[in-house]
Ligand binder design. Structure first.
Ligand SMILES: [Zn+2]
Length: 266
């Protein structure tokens, strides 16, 4: 009875505020956030607190830019991910500034886990979204960042604040083209069988902001025609949907496929 009584005391505005949640996305490189960008934009627009951790500065991502791999590229990409976060309407990202391509080194793993615990205790997320064991594109940094986020989430005694649900980004097998490279995906891209997808977030409303966020990442996807092509491919394959697999939950486990990561939480 307590909740309705309090809602009556505070009025409808307070009831709406009570359903506000916090989402933390944890990824490896500046531009990885684009994987779930429509969802980040949608939840931020709905008044939820949306945060992003970017573990490395993407210092090795020189395939599409004249800037040589190294600190200068890292600095440029940090600017790009800040620009992307602004475009999506989420909070300023936490940049751990670890070394691109070296997430599997023990020192990186340790630093990542420590910093992530600090961020979790500070922003108090209800839900964390990260890479699953496949890393979507197969990149070793993706796999490792997802593994560290899982390790931090599952050892709850070490956390002052305990998030309730951990999700992995998933590319459904039914959407995977025979040759991923034909649609601009990495050849190592990995899918998840549709039967294991627990959550489909309709984030059509966040697509326009996603396009704006993509345009921030000029060192990765320029020229703009190439970027637009990638955006159109994404729209064609999965539209505004973001597909996830619930990995761990202390509460709010859905009985059937859900459409919202905050389902079942107070
Ligand atoms: Zn990446």
């Amino acid at each position: 009875m307590l909740a309705p009584m309090l809602a009556a005391l505070w009025g409808p505005g307070a009831a709406a505020a009570a359903s506000k949640h916090t989402l933390l996305a944890v990824f490896a490189h500046p531009d990885d956030e684009i994987t779930v960008a429509p969802m980040l934009a949608r939840y931020a627009a709905e008044g939820h607190d949306v945060y992003l951790v970017t573990a490395t500065s993407g210092q090795a991502g020189d395939a599409n830019t004249d800037i040589p791999a190294g600190p200068e590229l890292g600095a440029a990409r940090e600017k790009e991910v800040r620009c992307s976060a602004r475009a999506l309407g989420i909070h300023e990202p936490f940049l751990f500034q670890l070394q691109d391509g070296r997430m599997a080194e023990p020192a990186s793993i340790e630093a990542m886990a420590k910093r992530l615990r600090e961020v979790i205790n500070r922003v108090k997320p209800d839900v964390i979204v990260t890479f699953g064991p496949d890393g979507v594109s197969g990149h070793p940094d993706h796999r490792m960042v997802g593994a560290v986020a899982t390790e931090v989430f599952q050892w709850r005694e070490r956390l002052e604040w305990r998030p309730k649900k951990l999700y992995y980004v998933a590319l459904p097998a039914s959407y995977m083209p025979p040759d991923p490279a034909q649609v601009g995906l990495s050849r190592q891209s990995a899918a998840v069988s549709d039967e294991f997808i627990t959550t489909v977030v309709d984030a059509e409303a966040g697509l326009e902001k996603t396009w704006r966020a993509m345009q921030c990442h000029v060192t990765q996807w320029a020229p703009v025609e190439r970027m637009r092509r990638m955006f159109e491919v994404r729209k064609k394959i999965i539209g505004g949907n973001v597909y996830l697999r619930l990995a761990l939950a202390s509460e709010g486990s859905p009985a059937e496929r859900e459409g919202d990561v905050f389902t079942g939480l107070d």
